[in-house]
Write a protein that binds this ligand. Sequence first.
Ligand SMILES: [Fe+2]
Ligand SMILES: [Fe+2]
Length: 242
Amino acid sequence: MKRPRERREFLLEAGLLVAATASLPTEASTAQKVPAGKDAKEIHENPTEDVSPPEDLMREHGVLNRILLIYGEILQRLNTGKDFPVEVLAGAAGIIRNFIEDYHEKLEEDHLFPRFEQAGKLVDLVRVLRQQHQAGRRLTASIQARASASTLSTAAERKALATDLDLFVRMYRPHEAREDTILFPAIRSVVSAHEFDVMGDQFEDKEHALFGKAGFEGVVERVAGLERTLGIYELAQFTPKV
Ligand SMILES: [Fe+2]
Ligand SMILES: [Fe+2]
């Protein structure tokens, strides 16, 4: 996606040239503009800028999906009487609270939902999505309250946690699937091309204000760390041996 020139100059000044140029492959001279100390590896690892709003939101759903996999694994262990590292549960719930609820869903509530409501489009869907955000926040508060070894020492608490995790996973799979397939593809129908560009910049600016220079990639790394501790990081373990 092509951005206004001002944005590009701001990125140059902010030292974000590496990431910005990574997504502008048509400019033959970008390589020589890479600041000292930055190399091709870093360009590859930090493709954070010039992401369109739907792509930005969808890759955040990727983080949500990976947390749902963590929740699902913990749920299975609770249901089969197996142990799990409680710090993984606390870490996963913390990422849901900070990254998904206070950032991703806030973007949807502040920048997306009102535009659909004002345009009178997909209003029934948006109403349910709003209700589900609130239900998710209540479940996360409950999961966070239970995410300690002492709390989970009783069978009743383990069962209550299993119920919360099950309700959370069951709601968020259809929630995000509906946003990915219905709401996000319709964003262009409720905003102008200029507003679409501005929205992308606002999302990126907020991401870095809240999550630092590492931004999205930093959050993905934290999720990967939780997966490693839980033992579900290696992708090949999920390939059927047939
Ligand atoms: Fe949502
Ligand atoms: Fe979402």
